[in-house]
Design a protein around this ligand. Structure first.
Ligand SMILES: O=c1ccn([C@@H]2O[C@H](COP(=O)(O)OP(=O)(O)O[C@H]3O[C@H](CO)[C@@H](O)[C@H](O)[C@H]3O)[C@@H](O)[C@H]2O)c(=O)[nH]1
Length: 512
């Protein structure tokens, strides 16, 4: 375990920001290591505390460390405890007090609690971590834009800030175009779609939508907007959250995006300009697509190995053995990621009946918490025991790597989407919230690597599984996913991402 050196330097180890101390450092061996690491410029990374955000931030940490930086990941205490015990690769971890310490094994705090902690409790604690005398050695603070609270903190400490966007650039562009969407009367000042407006076209064809043009021929309907999560009150609060993010993002110098260049497949569009709603007098952040980070992580030796990862739940390894008993392309993998509100019991019942009726082997990740499993029909688990397996949490990368998996019924989280592309799996889409609707539009309409469920009832699910597993659409999607992987994770895609990373690294090193 590593200990965060600058905490010791400022004698602030104890009550505010507990540090983890490496035993060898306690025993006086710190001198040599400090000297060695003193040569390296230091970067502090501030993730948002959810699995789908921390994992790509750790990939970035690994990449920067492999390229000569001393890297500290400053995470809220309840995540720090999980991280510090698991990760490797010489990355250091600092704990930022959240005021939310949950018991070990308890479910992570919900979004509202995290938002409250980020806005009111954590800034003072991070500021101590970033303050002199150690701050001089920090070349840059990289902040997940969903944790935008850390941007003003780093700025107050006089440090350069890079934003990190863990999802598609397309989604960031939709969010950063909010002022423009309001101005054009597409949404109200509280983010509600104004029904008299036509669909928002992102194809560059319509004069009115030109400044929102995204790569590809992607058309977004009003209901796909990423802040429309939950009931009207929660939608308003998400909208206010994003307004704060875009305001703070104006002051970052770089925007690192965990996505590949040319999301829409058009060449020569590596750094599309941000929408004109960004004030022109302001130096817009330099947008650098550096993803998928896992593919470029580490060095030659470590690339492709399992990541220094964070898993919020215990992975049920028994599914790997179970998969080995199945022929190639025969199993439907179903999972809805880590950070969506529970699906209602009624919908879970429909998923269960749809999977049962499809009569295809399936592996279903369904959290072992209320109310996730409450909708499972009586006797379901016994009836499907011969061909279906339900687990609380899977080692997803390894599952997707298995040749037995024929398709992935997914919520379209961005990490899951990238993992499916990496392991060449076609997708059956059931987006639930946030950026997942934008991702689904690209998966289905732009890249053609999957299809979308026609509804959330047993027949639509049975039918969707049939179409993707055995129909022509499935065969086409399979061919497309191979092509997409080649384009974005092959040599050309990787070298573009590595060039973007190098550009970022060179600039921060020069500015020290
Ligand atoms: O049984 C499981 C299920 C998931 N995972 C992993 O959990 C991560 C899930 O990430 P993602 O697919 O991005 O979903 P969320 O965790 O729900 O991610 C949030 O963050 C993403 C990145 O910003 C957004 O795209 C999503 O919409 C948002 O819900 C992936 O790495 C999976 O491999 C497991 O290890 N085991």
């Amino acid at each position: 375990m590593w200990y965060c050196r600058h905490l010791q330097g400022t004698n602030r180890v104890s009550n505010t920001a507990p540090a983890i101390i490496n035993e060898s450092e306690r025993n006086g061996e710190e001198g040599n290591r400090s000297e060695e690491w003193g040569m390296r410029p230091r970067v502090v990374l501030v993730p948002f505390p959810a699995q789908g955000h921390v994992s790509p931030m750790l990939d970035l940490a690994r990449v920067l460390h492999a390229r000569g930086f001393e890297v500290t990941v400053a995470a809220p205490d309840f995540i720090h405890r999980r991280l510090a015990g698991r990760a490797d690769d010489g990355i250091r971890f600092a704990s930022v007090s959240s005021g939310l310490m949950a018991d070990d094994g308890a479910a992570p705090p919900d979004f509202a609690a995290i938002e409250q902690a980020m806005e009111s409790h954590m800034p003072a604690h991070l500021e101590r971590l970033l303050s002199p005398p150690d701050a001089e050695a920090i070349a840059c603070v990289v902040v997940d834009l969903v944790a935008s609270w850390a941007i003003p903190v780093a700025r107050r400490c006089g440090l350069p800030v890079a934003g990190f966007w863990t999802a598609m650039l397309a989604t960031y562009r939709v969010i950063s175009a909010i002022p423009e969407l309001i101005r054009r009367g597409f949404i109200s000042e509280f983010g509600s779609p104004l029904s008299h407006q036509p669909p928002c076209q992102h194809d560059g064809q319509e004069q009115a939508a030109q400044e929102l043009t995204l790569e590809g021929q992607a058309k977004l309907s009003a209901s796909d907007l990423p802040w429309l999560v939950g009931n009207p009150a929660s939608q308003r609060s998400r909208f206010a959250f994003w307004l704060r993010v875009i305001e703070r993002a104006k002051s970052v110098r770089w925007l690192l995006v965990n996505s590949f260049p040319e999301e829409g497949g058009r060449r020569g569009d590596h750094h599309p300009p941000l929408p004109s709603s960004q004030p022109q007098e302001h130096d817009a952040p330099r947008t650098l697509p550096v993803g998928p980070l896992e593919a470029h992580g580490g060095d030659e030796k470590t690339r492709g190995n399992s990541r220094c990862n964070l898993s919020m739940w215990d992975e049920d390894q028994s599914c790997l053995e179970w998969l080995e008993k199945h022929p190639p392309n025969s199993v439907v993998y179903a999972s809805f990621g880590s950070w969506v509100a529970p699906i209602s019991p009624e919908k879970i019942a429909e998923f269960a009946l749809g999977l049962e009726a499809a009569a295809q082997p399936f592996l279903w990740v369904l959290k072992d918490e209320k109310p996730w499993r409450a909708g499972l029909p009586r006797g379901f688990l016994d009836r499907v025991a011969g061909y279906g397996k339900v687990v609380a949490w899977a080692p997803q990368e390894e599952v997707l790597r298995s040749p037995a998996i024929g398709c992935y019924l997914t919520h379209c989280g961005w990490n899951s989407t990238l993992e499916a592309i990496r392991h060449e799996k076609r997708l059956l889409c059931y987006p639930i919230a946030g950026d997942q609707f934008v991702n689904a539009v690209y998966i289905v309409k732009v890249w053609g690597i999957g299809i979308k469920l026609d509804g959330c009832n047993r027949h639509a699910i049975e039918n969707g599984i049939g179409r993707i597993m055995t129909g022509d659409e499935g065969a086409k999607a399979q061919a497309s996913v191979l092509q997409l992987k080649k384009r974005v994770m092959g040599e050309e895609g990787s070298s573009a991402a590595v060039a973007s990373l190098q550009c970022f690294i060179d600039t921060i090193k020069k500015s020290m």
